[in-house]
Each structure stands twice: as C-alpha cells, then as structure tokens.
Design a protein around this ligand. Structure first.
Ligand code: ATP
Ligand code: MG
Length: 393
C-alpha cells in the first residue's frame, strides 16, 4: 500500500519571523536529513508538508524516526494513499489501520475535503467510513469526545489520504532560523541537554571541548563525540573543536591560588570558546550550567565567568533541577553515555576547597600571574576540528 508522511509545522503563530522563512528552512532540513534514507518528493500545501517516497521499498520506520527529530515540526503522521473513490477509500482505511483498530476500543472519524468537487460532503464521508469500520471491527465503539484513535480521511486535489492518530513532533524552530552558537561540551549530563535545547530554538551548533591529555584519555574525548552524535540527530551537522587545555591548567595550578583554580579555569575556557566562536561566525556561547548545582555555578561564580564574555552566554538549564535535566537526557538518549565514568578536565584539577563566592578583583589579580595572551593563542592554534554528523555514518 502506498504511504506518505504528512507534516504539520509548529510555532506558526510566531510574529516577526515570517512564515515562508520558517517553512523554507524546515523543508530544506527535511530534504537534507531524509535524503540519506530514501528518494522522495516533497510538497507544501495548506499548512501541510507532504513527503512522497519515490524509492522502490522505502524504509518508512527509519523515515519516521528521522522526521520525529526535526525541529519545527509540531506533528506528523504516516498516511495511506487512496484513489478518490469512496469504496476505495473505505477499503484502504479498513486494511491500513487494521493493527491500530484491532488494539483500540474506541474511535471517531474526521474528514477534510479540500476538493469541493468530491461527491460526498465531510459529514457523509465520516458517516460512511465510521459505519464501514464498525462493521469490519465489531468490537469498536464510537467515542467523539475521547477516542483511542482518530481516523482522518482527507480528500485532496489528486488523492485521498487515510491516517490514524497524529504523533507529536519535536517542536521548536527549524535549525538555521536563529543563527549559530557554540555549545561548551563536557562529558557530563548537562551540556548535551543544553545543546539540544538551543538547537530546538533554531540555532546551528558548533561545539567546543577542552581536553587535558594525558590527564584525560582518548576515551573521554570519544565519549564527547558519542554525545554530540546523539545531539546531531536533532541539530544536524556540527563542527567540534577540541582545545588542548593541559598547558593552561598546569600554569594555573603552578601560579594561581588553589581556591581560585576552578574559577580561573572556567574564565580561560570562556575566553577561548569565545575566540573560536567568533572566528567561526557564531554569535553566542551555550553552557550546561544550572544555578547552585556545584561550586562553580553559584551566582558570584557565574558572574565571574560571564565577565570575560563579550557575546551572549546562553544557559538554558539555569533554572532546572537535576531530575528535570536527567529526564531530557534520557529522552534524547544521551544519559547512558554521560554516566560512563571517564575523567573530565575539570575533575582532574578540582581543588579541595573551591571559593564559593569568588571576588572578581581577586580573580583578576591572580590571573595577572599568567601569560594570558600567549596561552590562549597557543590553545587556539592547537585546536583540532572533528566533524560530527549522525547521518553521515
Ligand atoms: P556537565 O554535566 O555539562 O558536565 P557539570 O554539572 O559537570 O556540567 P561543570 O563541570 O561545572 O558542571 O561545567 C559547567 C559547564 O561548563 C558545562 O555544562 C559545560 O558547558 C562547560 N564545561 C565543563 N567542562 C568542559 C569541558 N571539558 N569542555 C568544554 N566545556 C566544559
Ligand atoms: Mg562536568
């Protein structure tokens, strides 16, 4: 039976960003991601985007999985294509929705008729289809208020479409409609979630990771690749910049007071992340910080780190509890990777008693012991680019 995927886009009520920009970006993203799976034609009409496979045996399960992770889609459904003849429509509905209707207890039928020349009006289409399905599946009852399954028959220009319940899409805005930003990615639970949340607002992502070999291993970096690959199922292609951080950490350890170590390290990370971001024409930095979660995430500590940034720093997790963050990380499938125990550059040099309320003046004074510009220059020069894309594998 011939199947298509019907897509409803999200946030269209949005003011400012015009509807065409939104839809064009969405269609482009769908084309790019789905073309790895099958050949298809894509058409837009009446706020629905239709994906019509032209491959011989399209893998609709994989296609559906890809579509479910594209931002800007409010809802989607697979639908069977029927010729515009009521008997044929009934037959297709009975066969196509067999499994769904056998499992359901209640249903209702909705009809949409954009072809006004079709001989039956919407209420008649509903009545005919409902009657037919009740006869074919006698265990079913009609429930117009809260049915298990809504069977939708849509009569359009060329064909009719029959589908069951619409599924919820990934929501948000199409990636690429909000510009570009860099996620500061560690191997932890939080930063991949932060990346996902900001890609959902339409940002194209780059990623910056600080590695401190030999204190951190190749395996720790590999973990970051795996995390970002999961994120890229939603965000699309990403450039990861791996920054050598050992030299800087050793200098801080040798030359700065131990209790300021964490905050100075975080300021160095922020400066370098900003350098790379601006060079790559990004406009903001994203971190996985959540207020009060650890010593470096108190308000004074965040203020201290923020003070070295000259572009916006987005912290989408700032008001979230750990269990709320964990819930999203499970949903995007990064949790199990994040909890693998590999050392992070932060944990390696963690002081015993980090300053909870660092004073900016004291921090600036302590930093004077470092050859700041030279250190930053060398770290940026030594940066390695790793392209990340779940769909290129
Ligand atoms: P996460 O779970 O994301 O590791 P965390 O709770 O462990 O966060 P911190 O270690 O204080 O918190 O890090 C706060 C944020 O700083 C991280 O969310 C991330 O954005 C950034 N960060 C920490 N370590 C690194 C690193 N090695 N490379 C790049 N960014 C980092
Ligand atoms: Mg961490």
């Amino acid at each position: 039976m011939k199947e298509v995927i019907l897509i409803k886009n999200g946030e269209l009520a949005l003011k400012g960003l015009n509807r065409n920009t939104f839809e064009d970006a969405l269609v482009k993203n769908i084309k790019r991601r789905l073309s790895k799976i099958m050949d298809f034609e894509i058409t837009k009409s009446q706020s629905t985007i239709m994906i019509d496979p032209t491959s011989e045996n399209p893998n609709m399960e994989d296609a559906e999985m890809v579509v479910s992770k594209i931002f800007g889609i409010a809802g989607y459904s697979r639908a069977a294509v029927a010729e515009k003849d009521m008997q044929k429509i009934l037959h297709v509905a009975g066969e196509y929705l067999k499994d769904t209707l056998e499992e359901a207890n209640t249903f209702k039928v909705e009809a949409k008729r954009s072809d006004k020349k079709f001989p039956l009006k919407s209420p008649e289409i509903c009545r005919e289809t409902g009657g037919y399905l009740l006869k074919k599946y006698p265990h079913l009852r009609v429930d117009v208020h809260n049915p298990d399954v809504i069977v939708t028959v849509e009569v359009r220009d060329q064909y009719a479409f029959v589908r069951g319940n619409q599924k919820k899409g990934a929501g948000g805005m199409p990636v690429g409609t909000a510009g570009k930003a860099s996620i500061m990615i560690s191997g932890g639970i939080d930063s991949p979630v932060a990346a996902y949340m900001m890609a959902k607002r339409g940002l194209v992502l780059d990623a910056v990771h600080f590695a401190s070999p030999p204190y951190t291993s190749d395996r720790a970096e590999q973990k970051v690749h795996e995390l970002l690959e999961k994120v890229s199922e939603y965000s699309g292609h990403m450039n990861l910049y791996v920054v050598p951080f050992t030299e800087i950490q050793e200098h801080i350890k040798d030359d700065c007071p131990e209790e300021l170590f964490t905050i100075i390290m975080r300021r160095m990370m922020m400066r370098i992340a900003e350098r790379i971001t601006v060079r790559e024409e990004g406009r903001a930095i994203i971190t996985g910080e959540s207020l009060g979660q650890v010593a470096s995430q108190t308000l004074p500590a965040i203020a201290c780190t923020d003070a070295v940034a000259t572009i916006p720093v987005f912290r989408p997790l700032i008001g979230m509890d750990k269990d709320e963050i964990v819930k999203i990380s499970r949903q995007i499938d990064t949790f199990d990777i994040s909890i693998q125990p590999y050392e992070d550059c932060c944990t390696v040099f963690t002081p015993k008693h980090p300053r909870l309320k660092p004073d900016i003046a004291a921090v600036v004074e302590a930093e004077a012991a470092l050859k700041m510009d030279e250190l930053i220059e060398r770290a940026v020069e030594g940066t390695r680019l790793v392209p990340i894309d779940a769909f290129q594998k």
